[in-house]
Write a protein that binds this ligand. Sequence first.
Ligand code: SF4
Ligand code: SF4
Length: 369
Amino acid sequence: MKFPLSMTAGMAGYIVKNKLRPRPEWQVNKAVQNDSSNPFKIIYTAQTGVKREPHPMINRRFPLVLMLEPLHTCNLTCTGCGRIREYESTITQKLSVEQCLAAVDECGAPMVTICGGEPLLYPEIGPLVTGIMQRGHSCYLCTNGMFMVKRLKELKPHELFFFNVHLDGMEKNHDLAVEREGVFKEAIKGIQAAKAAGFKVVTNTTVYVETDMNEIEELFGYLKQFDVDGHTISPAYGYSAVNDREIFLTRDRVYEKFVNIDKLAKKYPLQTTPVYMDFLQGKRELPCTAWGNPTYNVKGWKGPCYLITDAHYKTFEEFMTQTAWEQYGPGQDPRCEHCMMHCGFEPSAAFGINSKASDSIRMLSWLVR
Ligand code: SF4
Ligand code: SF4
């Protein structure tokens, strides 16, 4: 077992508790609703037809994973990165550790993903991770891997702490995607050093139009020798800040790319849930549940989601109550049309939206595996 059972059980307990007793202050809807007769429409486009229904969790909103961006500074300029472009004017600013931990407490999500920018350029990364661990949250530190060797000594292995290394392909194509030679080799050195020091390490891969899925299988096979603990894989989706729209996938292209993902999941420890995999294959529809994956950065709580920025809110409660949730998601906002990103749809899978009787057994066997 590579992932602690306590982490999974804790997450399951948190979901059940919040579904039964959601915090009332987060369910207030201050934003203007366009259609009072059916204010929170979602569209199911299953093979059986199109059905418009209210979002089943709209009055039971709570967060699952906090995307914490202590800074947006990065040593790379990856082709598909929206952050370094969108936050160019504040790229030298950073949150203090106190601000970061206040955000962790304010939202209370059981899982915190530290991203950016490059979090290993954050001077106080050690105290930040320690503070998150002391609060009992699990923590993923997303990194391009280039500073892992150098900064490893500032962190301590913990069963709830994971490095999450960004790898979009084998050496040649990964270095092309991040627009610098040598990055793949450095990331591999970082993975080896972290594993040798007793850390848990997972990888995350973004699939673009150009991605050859055979190469992703080759990548996972290659990483096996380093005893990597898991892999996340998700389709790229266009940030408004990125001009090159050609690199992003439409829904039909996502279905094509992910057609064999369950075979990959049988061979390698994918962290992607079976329900989200169904969604990526076009076998099931899910609504967007963007509030499940809130983002906090130097400008505040970013709404509505990790990808689109229509506002930054000062408090988490303002983000939850002042975002016009009914206006987002496929069929609602043209910017959402082809989005299948984990930040909007993995929470829907985890919350059991649109679930089937067989889901519990599949989830259990996925967890055990
Ligand atoms: S490493 Fe991450 S933050 Fe840096 S440019 Fe690439 S995608 Fe953006
Ligand atoms: S569908 Fe995607 S882009 Fe639209 S709000 Fe949800 S996560 Fe954001």
